[in-house]
Every structure is written in structure tokens, then in C-alpha cells.
Design a protein around this ligand. Structure first.
Ligand SMILES: [Zn+2]
Length: 277
């Protein structure tokens, strides 16, 4: 299944094409502006809030879930989106800042997404591959996840997965990423070595090559010790966008097609070099 390019595709499929990057920048800018605006007005324009809800819906979040996360009555969301047809009123033009703030605080985070929402499988695959590099065989991982070998190898190939599967793999990874498998007997040792060798042959990278906030970003590259020049380029380009052109860090990251934390790290690293030079 393919989503149209836009905010949901940026968020769920990790697409970093121009259209998706632009949609995400618009989303971030509109949200920040609406939040800032709501801090001093008695009523705020309802349209940006409505668009925010539509972006959340495009990521598969239903009104019920959005209402719960914002701690507001679902009827108030319906009035915001569609008005109250029974009273003959259309969509609201203005809302109270408190309602706006509560809705704007909701984002399509991984924890909030529905279990069957289809998402990009990059992070899931990288986690499993990373565990294999430290000796966890696919058979062992499959057993832990209650997957058949066929399910397992399908997951390693498919470009997309669902949130439920991604959550299971995250939990397993968080448990095992810094542990080698037990090597009780000769057969176990052989299985562990075989897993390591297979991972090496395929160019898979270990958990140490990833940060938790980059492992799910398809455009992020593993840190295998030689990416100084890329970080340098990102630092310079983002500096120009942020200082020279007034971009926020989020907008600069979207424009450059990398994660926000990557931009922050690259900028910090460059500052450190400048200080010590
Ligand atoms: Zn796209």
C-alpha cells in the first residue's frame, strides 16, 4: 500500500522527498505558531487547530484516541471539525487557547499510533540485524518473538511492517542490545559464531552504531567511525539555515533530510571543535 506524499508519509514511512519534507516543515511551523499565538489571545483561530487534527487523522489516529490523548470531550473535536449540524452551526471559527493547546500537544508519536498502522520497517529491521551481529541467531530471536522462521525472514525483507510488530521488536531490542546470548554448550557457541559471521558477511551493524533517536530514521546512517565529514556538512548547512535564514532546528532538519537530534549533535560537535581549535 502506498500513501500519498505528505505529512503522514513523512512521519510513518520515513519518506524524505521534497514534498514530504515540505509537508512536515509546514506542520511544524503551523503548530509552533499556533502554540505561540495561544499564549496571549482570549480566542484563537480554529483553522490551524483543525489542520493539526487532520494531520493526526492522516496518520491513522481516530478522533476517539486524539480526544483521549488531549483529555477533551470527543464532541468538542467534532464541533471543531464539523460544527454542530443539529444546531445549524458550521465548523468553529475561534476556540479557547486552552482547548487549542491541549489539541496541539497531541502528536502522532509511536506510542499513540494504532497497533495495526502500517509504518516503515527500517528501525525494526535494523534492531533485529544489530542483535544478530552480537550473536543472537535468527532462530533464537524468532523463538523469543514467537515467530516462525518464514515470518522472520519475511520481516527482514519487507519495507513496511505494523506498529504492533515494531513495538515487540523494540521491547526485545531494549532487553538484549547489550547482552551476548548465553553460550552454554558447544552447539550454542557454534550458533552464536554463525550468527556473527552471517551478520558480518551481510554488512549489518551492531547496536553501538545507532542512537535510539536515529535508528528509526531511514535517512540516518550508522556511526561506524567515519562519518565526520557528513556531520560537518550537516553542521554547516544547518547553521546557515538557522542563523542565516531563521529556520527552526526542526525545519532545518526536515530541509536537510536528517533527524533533529542529528542536527543538534552535529552543531554541538562543531562548536566543540571551534572552541578547542
Ligand atoms: Zn515523499
Amino acid at each position: 500500500m502506498a500513501r500519498d506524499h505528505g505529512y503522514a508519509r513523512y512521519k510513518l514511512d520515513g519518506c524524505r522527498c521534497y514534498i514530504c519534507g515540505y509537508a512536515n516543515a509546514v506542520y511544524c511551523e503551523r503548530r509552533e505558531r499556533a502554540i505561540a499565538y495561544g499564549t496571549w489571545q482570549p480566542f484563537v483561530d480554529a483553522e490551524p487547530i483543525r489542520l493539526h487534527v487532520r494531520d493526526l487523522q492522516s496518520c491513522g489516529l481516530g478522533l476517539r484516541r486524539i480526544a483521549e490523548a488531549a483529555s477533551v470531550d470527543r464532541k468538542r473535536l467534532q464541533a471543531l471539525l464539523n460544527g454542530r449540524p443539529e444546531r445549524g452551526t458550521g465548523p468553529q471559527e475561534k476556540v479557547r487557547p486552552a482547548l487549542a493547546a491541549a489539541i496541539l500537544a497531541v502528536e502522532a508519536s509511536f506510542d499513540l499510533l494504532g497497533a495495526t498502522t502500517v509504518i516503515d520497517a527500517t528501525g525494526t529491521r535494523r534492531r533485529l540485524q544489530a542483535l544478530v551481529t552480537i550473536g543472537w541467531s535468527q532462530a533464537k530471536l524468532g523463538a523469543r518473538l514467537s515467530w516462525t522462521p518464514a515470518n522472520f525472514s519475511a520481516l527482514m525483507r519487507e519495507p513496511q511492517t505494523i506498529v504492533r510488530t515494531a513495538r515487540k521488536v523494540r521491547c526485545l531490542y531494549d532487553e538484549l542490545w547489550d547482552q551476548a546470548p548465553p553460550e552454554d554448550g558447544h552447539r550454542e557457541k557454534i550458533a552464536t559464531n554463525r550468527a556473527r559471521n552471517m551478520a558480518k558477511a551481510r554488512g549489518w551493524v551492531p547496536p553501538q552504531a545507532w542512537d535510539d533517536d536515529t535508528i528509526d530514521d531511514p535517512s540516518a546512517r550508522p556511526d561506524i567511525g567515519a562519518k565526520t565529514s557528513q556531520a560537518q556538512a550537516i553542521a554547516e548547512n544547518s547553521h546557515e539555515l538557522i542563523v542565516g535564514q531563521g529556520y527552526t532546528t526542526e525545519q532545518a532538519a526536515a530541509r536537510l533530510g536528517v533527524g533533529i537530534s542529528y542536527v543538534q549533535k552535529a552543531r554541538r560537535a562543531t562548536k566543540r571543535q571551534a572552541v578547542s581549535a
